[in-house]
Write a protein that binds this ligand. Structure first.
Ligand SMILES: NC(=O)c1ncn([C@@H]2O[C@H](COP(=O)(O)O)[C@@H](O)[C@H]2O)c1NC=O
Length: 519
């Protein structure tokens, strides 16, 4: 037996979640561990036919105030906190007639779940566990003497250890680290609820404090580049970090970034939509009545760039779409669902990563981006913001668009939102035909979009610009390429000159009054 291994002789068990409790109590008792427990935990252990001492027998004080005070007693906490390496602590316990604990098993009141259930504030407050975290923190602090277990997922290992002589110091330290993370996560949930929901400051749009709560999902092979170590963490909201992978190699750092961008792009549309992403930008995006048709159109935007792309669909992937996808080397496909036949088709391809993720990519309504020394927080950019509905647009040049042109403009305007600024997107038949992305001036984005489209597709296309044209030069590039209608936010000090250029060319131009920068 390792020197720092401490046998488990006496355990305090107080759990809200009784999963696996009877088996645990039976196994611990069989291994010679004496059990002390709170109200309904003790009742459940006794029901399993296992000897247990009620905590009130230990404290000589009844569990009171509707359970608000059960274990908050020196006889409990001295038993947890005594550093059993110290003669003085052992002596003091002996003088006080208190027995030490070697093991604390606690799980907490379901605070998060109670909030999620929509319970009334008073009921939520009642689910703030006080005694539980106190015991967990005390045991974690005293890991030199005590092992602490905060999750039923650890019971199996705990039983093995109880039978084989107890935890080593290294193991107790790991359990303590887990326990402190557990209570910290719990307190972040409580503090966040108080800050944002229970005690908001109406004069202030954003909370005075934001807590982070990220758990390691996996260590990735590497980061953006092979020399960068990287890992994936997940939070409490569902999203790409918790997507289910049905097939394919391990997701990479860049795969996650691109899959997130792809989902964001496809989710902006109500109709079936497909986005093909490369380096976080769409190289193809389209809508149609059928998801396979949307994919065929999105692929046709730029078949060269689609090679090695990341595809997101906002509908169930059909066998017809899967057949098309299987023909092109694709890194990742992510969708809310797949037809069984589509999975069969896709999983025949060795390299494609097939992901299911049906979480709303805009869920939560808040976006956070770390910057050095801080965090930028903003409300999520929504396509349904004022200005996105064509009915609210202002016709500033040319004839009002016919139905088809207006549908193409609305598509281009929405699709343009997922293109990194400066963004210009040319579209036809509700599919992108040329995308100019990420340029440091708008003229270059216009040139790029036209070049990508090619002369034939640019002529007669519509165009969307994510922000106003600061000069007529960018617009002129589009006009010269034969673009028939343009939608842009407007609002430049040179709007007049820009509108004049549109009028001189006789093209239709709408302003939206809303900008959709994306960095
Ligand atoms: N108040 C206390 O002294 C106290 N001591 C333990 N608890 C919690 O009570 C629960 C277990 O209670 P029971 O065994 O009655 O189901 C555990 O989730 C534990 O974290 C307490 N409850 C809340 O603070």
């Amino acid at each position: 037996m390792s020197e720092d291994r401490r046998p488990l002789k006496r355990a305090l068990i107080s759990v809200y979640d009784k999963t696996g409790l009877a088996d645990l109590a039976t196994a611990l008792s069989d291994a010679g561990v004496e059990l002390v427990s709170t109200g309904s935990t003790a009742a459940r252990i006794a029901e399993a036919g296992v000897a247990v001492t009620k905590v009130e027998e230990l404290t000589g004080f009844p569990e009171t105030l509707d359970g608000r005070v059960k274990t908050l007693h020196p006889r409990v906490h001295a038993g947890i906190l005594a550093d059993q390496r110290l003669d003085s602590h052992r002596q003091q316990l002996a003088d006080l007639g208190i027995e030490a604990f070697d093991l604390v098993v606690v799980n907490l009141y379901p605070f998060r779940e109670t909030v999620a259930s929509g319970a009334a504030p008073d009921d939520v407050v009642e689910q703030i566990d006080i005694g539980g975290p106190s015991m967990v923190r005390a045991a974690a602090k005293n890991h030199a003497s005590v092992a602490v277990v905060v999750s039923p997922t650890r019971y199996e290992a705990l039983i093995d250890v109880a039978r084989s002589g107890g935890f080593t110091l290294e193991q107790r330290k790991r359990l303590a680290a887990e326990a402190f993370a557990h209570t910290a996560t719990y307190d972040i949930a409580v503090a966040s609820w108080f800050e944002s929901v229970h005690a908001p400051q109406p004069a202030q749009q954003f909370p005075a404090w934001v807590g982070g709560d990220w758990a390691l999902s996996t260590v990735l092979r590497y980061g953006e580049n092979p020399h960068q170590a990287a890992a994936l963490y997940h939070g409490s909201r569902p999203g790409i970090a918790s997507a289910r992978q049905l097939h394919g190699k391990e997701m990479s750092y860049n795969n996650y970034v691109d899959a997130d961008a792809a989902r964001r792009a496809a989710a902006d549309f109500d109709r079936p939509a497909v986005a093909v992403i490369k380096h976080a930008n769409p190289c193809g995006i389209a809508v149609a009545d059928d998801i396979a048709v949307a994919h065929a159109k999105a692929h046709a935007t730029d078949p060269v760039s689609a090679f090695g792309g990341v595809i997101a669909a906002n509908r169930t992937v059909t066998a017809a779409m899967a057949d098309q996808v299987a023909e092109v080397f694709t890194e990742v496909i992510v969708a809310p669902e797949y037809e069984p036949r589509a999975v069969e088709i896709l999983t025949r391809k060795k390299n494609i990563r097939v992901l299911i993720c049906d979480a709303d990519p805009h869920g939560g309504g808040i976006e956070m981006r770390p910057v050095s020394g801080g965090l930028l927080v903003q409300r999520t950019d929504h396509v349904d913001a004022d200005g996105d509905d064509p009915a609210s647009w202002t016709l500033v040049s040319g004839e009002p668009a016919d139905e088809r042109t207006l549908a193409d403009l609305a598509f281009a305007w929405t699709a343009c939102r997922s293109v990194k600024s400066n963004a210009i997107l040319l579209a036809n038949d509700e599919a992108a035909v040329g995308v100019g992305m990420g340029q440091v001036n708008r003229v270059d984005s216009c040139r790029l979009a036209v070049e990508r489209a090619g002369a034939e597709r640019a002529a007669g296309a519509v165009a969307a610009s994510d922000a106003f044209f600061p000069f007529p030069d960018g617009l002129q590039v589009l006009i010269d390429a034969g673009v028939r209608a343009v939608v842009q936010p407007g609002g430049s000090v040179r709007d007049e000159a820009v509108i004049e250029a549109a009028e001189a060319a006789g093209i239709t131009m709408y302003t939206t009054g809303t900008r959709h920068f994306f960095h």
